[in-house]
Design a binder for this molecule. Structure first.
Ligand SMILES: Nc1ncnc2c1ncn2[C@@H]1O[C@H](COP(=O)(O)OP(=O)(O)OP(=O)(O)O)[C@@H](O)[C@H]1O
Ligand SMILES: [Mg+2]
Length: 239
């Protein structure tokens, strides 16, 4: 059984087929890359998986259970967490409270306040933000705000973590650090789907890659297969 499976997942916005008949799966332990040109439907697919939108038509299954149309908060408590392309932190709250929110509201059994606190401290250490724990989240650099979103997502104890352009806007050193972070999350046994335009990161971290273009899946394979795909080179990678 796949961890997550989509069958013929589609959504239209007016006349635009943002995601069109996309079937896919991700198995436990994988790091799956999702790539494609701007407007290809990558973020929309994340929005469908996290149930911000309901596919029409299409079916989503998590560990064999049909989760199509389930409320986003239930999807989260079931074990699917995400970060956002444009960071959606609680800007005026201290860094640690952002993570506590994930812990307190993103789990089926809400932990006691002290436990949530302890978990949040450990997660902030894990992502390298313990020194700025009490800083208002708005004062962090973009790279650190993105790490904060990762910590908040991890606080919900996901089995599947969806990262939407974690590395966009980061300098080369920060990209390398973010790649390390992704590998460390994988090593905790958490399955990852990541959207990324930073090819170096995608190619070295992902075991398998899916390519979207105009809402459709146009290719799927190992990094090597994708890098050599004529179709993918034509529509996205270039010569
Ligand atoms: N809520 C919405 N209403 C109308 N159109 C939408 C909505 N959400 C997304 N779209 C459109 O769907 C298409 C796919 O958008 P999406 O954000 O999924 O692309 P993307 O692959 O994530 O691109 P990028 O790499 O630029 O982030 C775009 O044309 C976008 O304008
Ligand atoms: Mg996007």
């Amino acid at each position: 059984m796949h961890l997550l499976e989509g069958e013929g997942v589609s959504i239209h916005f007016g006349g635009l087929a943002a995601v069109s008949d996309v079937s896919f799966y991700i198995d436990q332990g994988e790091v799956l890359g999702l790539i494609g040109p701007n407007g290809a439907g990558k973020t929309t697919l994340f929005n469908l998986i996290s149930s911000c939108y309901v596919p029409r038509p299409g079916i989503l299954k998590f560990k064999g259970k049909n989760i199509t149309g389930m409320s986003p908060y239930k999807i989260c408590r079931l074990g699917i967490a995400r970060t956002f392309q444009t960071v959606k932190i609680f800007a005026n709250m201290p860094v640690i409270d952002n993570v506590r929110i994930g812990s307190l509201f993103g789990n089926t059994r809400s932990p006691a306040s002290a436990e949530a606190n302890q978990q949040s401290i450990e997660l902030l250490e894990f992502v390298g933000l313990s020194r700025v724990m009490n800083t208002p989240a708005r004062d962090l650099t973009l790279a650190n705000q993105k790490r904060l979103e990762v910590a908040r997502a991890l606080a919900t104890k996901p089995e599947l973590l969806m990262l939407d352009e974690l590395m966009a806007g980061l300098n080369p050193t920060e990209v390398a650090q973010a790649m390390d972070l992704v590998r460390q999350i994988r090593d905790k046994g958490i399955t990852i789907i990541m959207i990324e335009h930073v090819m170096k990161a995608i190619m070295s971290v992902c075991g398998r890659i899916i390519v979207l273009h105009h809402g459709q899946k146009i290719a799927e394979g190992t990094p090597q297969e994708i890098a050599n795909s004529k179709t993918v080179i034509e529509v996205y990678l270039g010569e």
